[in-house]
Structure formats: structure tokens, C-alpha cells
Design a protein around this ligand. Sequence first.
Ligand code: SAH
Length: 255
Amino acid sequence: MSAEILEGLRVVLVETSHPGNIGATARAMKVMGLQHLVLVNPRHFPHPEATALASGAEDILDRAQVRSDLTTALQGCHKVYGSSARDRRIHWPQLDAREAALDMVQELASGHCALVFGRERTGLSNEELDHCQMLVNIPTAELYHSLNLGQAVQVLAYELHMATLSIRADLPAYPSAAVRETPAPMEDMEGFYQHLEQVLRQSGFLQETRATRMMRRLRRLYDRARPSANEVHILRGVLTEIQRWAANSRQKGSG
Ligand code: SAH
């Protein structure tokens, strides 16, 4: 049951330096019933150290997909969770590991999700976190927040496993997913955000100095709404009409 629910979850490691951490991740995943590992630009992979630390979870390494950028790694996912040790100045919505696991297990009922882990030294950049609707934090002692990468994966994988056990009692579950349209995949949302930014720049609303912050706030707003693919299509239609209208009025103005 656990493995079935977690089938739609992708664990994504961004630019991992130490191949041992990739192996440890594979093992951490396998013992908790997680299957799908995606590596974005790993420094060394495949590597004997990764194989050694996987010990028993080599199948996860064999099936791991390597991608050159995060956007490609997230294709087809409708909700992305970014795991982070740091306090961020920008207020991303944030859950602790346990809350996030329950949320993921519920979201997995309506499609694929991704759980993204950052680099050993520097974690995830703000630009990478822009692709995540939710930040996940493993609560720690006050003075030191940063777990080893493989161990952070283990804690979250364990919480996911426990979350699948806890919802078993409620089955058949997911009433909210049954009545709700499936949220649009990430690539649709990214296309919308790029289009929105283009229109907001053309209209003069986005000023260079505040553009990044403003787009981040708008992403948070639309991410909260969880639009379906159809709704994103409508939003894109609105933007296209505004662009057409602006082009026509410019022509009239100059003619
Ligand atoms: N110095 C880095 C730490 C990176 S640790 C930083 O400040 O972000 C490597 C990765 O492990 C992180 O990017 C994150 O995905 C995960 N990780 C480590 N500690 C964590 C914690 N307390 N909560 C959530 N994720 C954590």
C-alpha cells in the first residue's frame, strides 16, 4: 500500500557533489518504499561510491534519471516541495517534515509530486525555490540546522512512510481530490508565469528593481489557487487577448 501511494513521488537531488550521498539517498528511499530518483547535474554519477552506499538499493540507482536542469526534472509534477535547512527572508509557505509528508500523501492522489533537495554546501537557490510551492523543514536544535543530505532524505522518506500508514485507516480517502480538478502540471504553470511576466513588463507594471520580488509574490498567489490545466489555459487566453488589444491600440495610436 505504502509503495503504491508513493509511486507518484519523485525525489530530486540538485547538483550533488558527493556520490556517496546519492547512494545513501537510494538506500534511504528504498527502505521506505520510494522508487523514483532524479539527479540534476550530479558531479559524479554513476560512481563506485554511490553504488557502495546504496547497498541493496542499486536498482534505484540503475533507474535514476539524470537531467541537466531543474525545470526538466519537474516536468509532469503538479506540486513541488523544496527541502531547506535555512530561514529564508522571503516567506515561502512552509511545513515541517511531518506536516509535509501528510500533505504530499494527499496530493499524490491527484498526480505526481516532487521533493527537491539542495547541494551539500549551499542548498537550493531562491530561483530554484521559485519552482517549489512549499518549503519543507526538518525541525532541529537551535544552534545547527543543517543535516547531511542523505540523512535529510532519510527523515523525509520515513515521515512519508509513516504518513501512508496513518492514512490507511481512512481509506477510501482523498475526498477532496475526488471533487477537485487535477491541478495543472509545473510546465503549464511555468509557461503561464513567463507569459504573465511578459505582459506585466509590456504594460509597465513591472519595474526592473522590483520585478523579481513581485513575480515571486504573484507565483505564491497563483500557486495557492492550484489552478487546473483548463484554468491555466483560460488565464493564458486572457493574457493573449490583452497583448492583442495593446498591439491594436498601438497601431491605432500611430496610424
Ligand atoms: N548549507 C546548506 C545545507 C545544505 S544540506 C543550506 O544552508 O541550505 C543539503 C540539503 O539537505 C539541503 O539543501 C536540504 O535539501 C536538505 N536539508 C538539510 N538539513 C535540512 C533541514 N533541517 N530541513 C530540511 N532539509 C534539510
